[in-house]
Design a protein around this ligand. Structure first.
Ligand code: SF4
Ligand code: SF4
Length: 481
């Protein structure tokens, strides 16, 4: 009989042999067994750089500004040495679409490796489980500890575990807010200072920053400490639709039932040839290490996050039994049934083609993105046009947004089917991140403009760098013939 990871079974067998499942039963805790091996190492060594990057990025600065800062009040998003504005929202949408296609391509090839190795939920849960193992020991010790009455030893082990969990959660939450508020300011502002005149304690930090730091601290503690696999099973939408991307050649964790069945316990001294059983000794190690508490021998299941821990566990057992490894392995359905996997197939080509096209187009747009924006609005308060002397005049409000990280002096010129001229021209020095508003009067000789309406394009160009340019077209109104 399969030994489950849970503290109590969620199903019950009746006398008549029918298994009843309580659909309203609350989830019980999963106790996972410690495991070492190739996939556990891959999980560690992919998780560690990701955690380090997440924690350190807000601390790095460039020209006195954080390397990555999503400055919501200023509506500026600084990523390395580029600054993005709400106008660049399309680029964000593009990045998300590229990420989705990258995920599809990887899933078709390697199944849910994102879930098993790099998803923050998995990486943080692994960290929390390591802390749990440190304070409470391996699976059996944890079960024993939970069953025994409260004692000094149980109290310090539980307190130690939850204190470290909370500390990790706070560091995670504060770091996350550090992507929105410069992290040095955030941490310095969290400590209240005493006002010299009134002697009262003063909190310099915006209350919203406190709230969100505590919110994300709580969410991290809850998700990685308590909910764990339930986030993957019930909350993550990706788990629900990933199965449609699998085909018979997708590499995923599989149990080779041809080799393993019929399963059965045996002594280690009994050789493989001497027994009529398959290679599975029914030790249930593969179940005991599984973070989502499934038995991979029942076939592929939607809960499986492809973490490979059951592969490591089973290989350890196979080594002990002197049996060949990979009874459970990263392989494809096709390889198990027919002995081969088609890596390059139409679906992969299709996804890869779309992905490459989108990435190339994105790089092109990014490389040619001009860090200046211009908005031209016809002056609604004034009359449509004015005739002064021998000239027709229209008035506009021009907003120039210097989205670069340094100041520039900008020139304005006009283009259109008629010889328009700017009446009140002067070059403008605009600071980095500043939006400059310029009232612009455009005139034309009355005799040269014989229509009611024509289009006019306002072009703004930086003096020191011609490729920093932007334009917008509006209309010029006249009295007609
Ligand atoms: S079945 Fe294996 S690969 Fe899937 S989640 Fe469980 S341990 Fe990880
Ligand atoms: S770890 Fe391997 S041998 Fe043990 S039950 Fe799982 S598949 Fe069978």
């Amino acid at each position: 009989m399969t030994q489950e990871n849970r503290s109590s079974p969620s199903t019950a067998d009746s006398d008549d042999g029918i298994r009843y499942v309580n659909l309203y039963e609350s989830e019980s805790k999963i106790y996972t067994r410690k495991v070492t091996g190739f996939f556990q190492n891959v999980r560690r060594y992919t998780g560690l750089p990701l955690i380090a990057a997440y924690l350190l990025l807000p601390w790095f600065q460039i020209d006195g500004r954080p390397l990555v800062l999503f400055d919501l009040p200023a509506r500026q998003f600084h990523v390395f040495n580029a600054t993005f504005w709400p106008q660049d929202f399309m680029l964000l949408a593009w990045v998300l679409i590229i990420a989705a296609f990258a995920l599809f391509t990887i899933t078709v090839l390697f199944g849910r490796v994102w879930c098993g190795f790099t998803c923050p939920q998995t990486v943080w849960t692994l960290m929390y489980i390591s802390v749990e193992h440190f304070f409470e020991g391996d699976r059996n010790k944890q079960i024993k500890l939970d069953q025994q009455p409260w004692s000094l030893e149980k109290a310090w082990r539980k307190t130690g575990k939850h204190s470290v969990w909370l500390l990790i959660a706070f560091i995670t939450g504060a770091t996350f807010i550090g992507y929105f508020v410069p992290i040095r300011e955030l941490l310095a502002g969290m400590i209240p200072s005493r006002d010299e005149s009134s002697g009262m304690l003063e909190f310099t930090l915006n209350p919203a920053a406190y709230f969100w730091t505590l919110f994300f601290t709580g969410m991290t503690y809850l998700n990685a400490g308590w909910l764990r696999e339930q986030v993957c099973k019930y909350m993550c939408p990706y788990a629900r639709f990933q199965s449609v991307m699998y085909d018979n050649d997708t590499l995923a964790v599989h149990y080779n039932d041809k080799r393993g069945e019929p399963r059965g316990a045996r002594k280690a001294s009994v050789s493989r040839e001497e027994t009529a059983l398959g290679d599975c000794i029914d030790c249930s190690w593969c179940v005991q290490v599984c973070p989502v508490d499934i038995d991979i021998r029942d076939g592929m299941q939607y809960e499986c996050i492809n973490c490979g821990l059951c592969v490591d566990a089973c290989n350890t057992v196979m080594d002990k039994m002197n049996y060949p490894r990979d009874l459970i392995s990263f392989t494809s359905e096709d390889a198990i049934q027919n002995g081969r996997t088609h890596v390059f197939r139409l679906r992969v080509y299709g996804y890869a083609f779309v992905l490459l096209t989108m990435v190339s187009a994105f790089i092109y747009v990014l490389a040619n993105r001009s860090p200046v924006g211009v908005d031209v609005i016809r002056d609604r308060g004034a009359r449509l046009f004015r005739v002064r002397g021998g000239e027709i005049q229209n008035v506009y409000t021009v907003k120039i947004n210097n989205m670069d990280q340094r100041p520039h002096t900008y020139d304005i010129r006009l283009e259109g089917d008629y010889p328009f001229i700017v009446e009140n021209y002067r070059p403008m020095q605009i600071e980095a991140g500043e939006v400059f508003t310029l009232p612009l009067r455009v005139g034309i000789d009355k005799d040269a403009f014989d229509v009611e309406k024509a289009s006019i394009t306002v072009i703004v160009t930086a003096r020191d760098e011609e490729k920093i340019t932007a334009s917008e077209t509006n209309s010029f109104i006249g009295p007609g013939k």
